[in-house]
Design a binder for this molecule. Structure first.
Ligand SMILES: Nc1nc2c(ncn2[C@@H]2O[C@H](COP(=O)(O)OP(=O)(O)O)[C@@H](O)[C@H]2O)c(=O)[nH]1
Ligand SMILES: [Mg+2]
Length: 239
């Protein structure tokens, strides 16, 4: 047994190796933060409002984008960056709305980073862009640590996932301005306590804004749309 930490590995050292690992991780995050700051400066200069959508796979990020773009594209100029490990499936879904979209495949990577987003922006005409939607790789862990330069992170949680997710993945919900509780059309069929979910989210992030929505029925989307309109307006005035 290792004398340093009590783990089962006999030849497990706790000297230089772990220290080096930590400094590499710090370097990666510091480099990411510098590139995120550059993205943020570009968004500010161009008056582009940007959101980073995060959730487990299947919570409805792409569905939310399809619905939002279909309903608001006549009043807001959007572009979408899609992040997935493999496939261009989501970009193909978004392309059917007619909104400019670019797919980023991260391979083994579990999140988008600011460098990928910076290059992704090269595919869009920033002069006419008002709002950038970034769909991150689906998971509630890694994307929390990587700033992309966005204005806000938006977490989606669908009612089939269990109401305790804000407590289990607090970093993600703490980093998010909004939590969207999606698939409320399924509430009659699943055991999901919306009041508890709200309480848990509020516990890890006091003041978090919560919208209950269904991308299928459209219920609750009006408040989400009003919030987007308000924020895009504010950003244009500042930009
Ligand atoms: N019942 C229901 N299903 C939904 C809703 N939104 C998305 N879905 C379904 O959930 C699945 C995953 O959606 P998708 O948008 O691909 O999720 P993503 O992986 O987060 O991008 C698909 O089968 C969608 O049709 C909703 O509001 N209600
Ligand atoms: Mg998707």
């Amino acid at each position: 047994m290792c004398v340093d930490c009590g783990c089962a590995e006999p030849d497990h050292h706790h000297g230089e190796v772990p220290r080096k690992r930590i400094s590499v991780e710090e370097d990666i995050l510091a480099k990411n933060d510098r590139l995120a700051a550059a993205n943020r400066a570009l968004f500010a200069e161009q008056g582009v409002f940007s959101l980073n959508l995060v959730s487990s796979p299947g919570s409805g990020k792409t569905s939310l984008l399809e619905k939002t773009l279909a309903d608001l594209k006549s009043e807001i100029n959007f572009a979408v960056l899609e992040g997935d490990q493999q496939t261009a499936n989501d970009a193909e879904r978004i392309a059917t709305t007619g909104v400019p979209v670019h797919q980023i495949n991260t391979g083994a990577g579990c999140h988008l980073d600011a460098h990928m987003v910076g290059h992704g922006l090269e595919h869009f005409d920033l002069d006419s862009l008002q709002m950038l939607m970034i769909e991150n790789v689906g998971n509630l862990v890694c994307p929390a640590s990587f700033d992309l330069g966005e204005d806000f992170k938006v977490s989606l949680l669908s009612v089939t996932e269990g109401e305790d997710k804000p407590l289990k993945y607090p970093q993600m919900f703490r980093a998010s301005e909004i939590m969207l509780v999606n698939k409320i059309d399924l509430l009659p069929y699943v055991r999901f306590d919306v009041a508890k979910c709200r309480e848990y989210a509020e516990r890890v992030h006091p003041g978090i804004r919560i919208f209950e929505i269904s991308c299928y029925s459209g219920e609750g989307l009006d408040r989400w749309y009003d919030w987007l309109r308000e924020k895009v307006g504010e950003k244009r005035t500042k930009g």
